[in-house]
Write a protein that binds this ligand. Structure first.
Ligand code: DQA
Length: 148
């Protein structure tokens, strides 16, 4: 079954702790705040939003497959630390036809060297990073351009 104009917003490990997790890096918005703001922005474009978080790599792989199966318009993926380690996520992105936009609150390339490599980014269609919670909103705007 195709879901018209649905955007999957997938969040990886430790992002459930946003709000209290290293606020000097990630800000004080909780993941629930980000979800609320994404839904408000999505209404402007008439998108349905599937918003999920998991601390488990395989869940993210399964949800990328689901987005493809369901004919989603785009996926916004903040894979957290799996960004820098997961060939499985890289392969999943390459295995599906849905465009994936990589999202980060911080800018990993300006942080520790182990964050400079993004296996997600090598496969993703685009990336928005370093804008705090606003990264998700800008990524949604990019998804709207893709959908237009
Ligand atoms: C992050 C950046 C990653 O390096 C880190 O492991 C995270 C959050 C971000 O949104 O800035 O968990 O993806």
């Amino acid at each position: 079954m195709r879901m018209p104009r649905t955007i999957f917003i997938l969040n990886g490990p430790n992002l459930n702790l946003l709000g209290t997790r290293e606020p000097e890096i990630y800000g004080t918005a909780t993941l629930a705040d980000i979800e609320r703001d994404c839904r408000t922005e999505a209404d402007v474009y008439g998108f349905d939003i599937v918003f999920r978080q998991s601390n488990h790599e395989g869940d993210l792989v399964d949800w990328l497959h689901e987005a493809h199966r369901e004919g989603a318009t785009a996926v916004l993926l903040n894979a957290g630390a799996y960004t820098h380690t997961s060939i499985a996520l890289h392969d999943a992105i390459k295995s599906i036809s849905v465009p994936v936009i990589e999202v980060h609150l911080s800018d990993p390339e300006t942080r520790e060297p182990f964050r400079h490599l993004s296996y997600v980014g090598i496969a993703a269609a685009d990336c928005v990073k370093g804008l705090g919670a606003r990264s998700y909103i800008v990524a949604l705007q990019k998804a709207a351009e893709i959908a237009a």
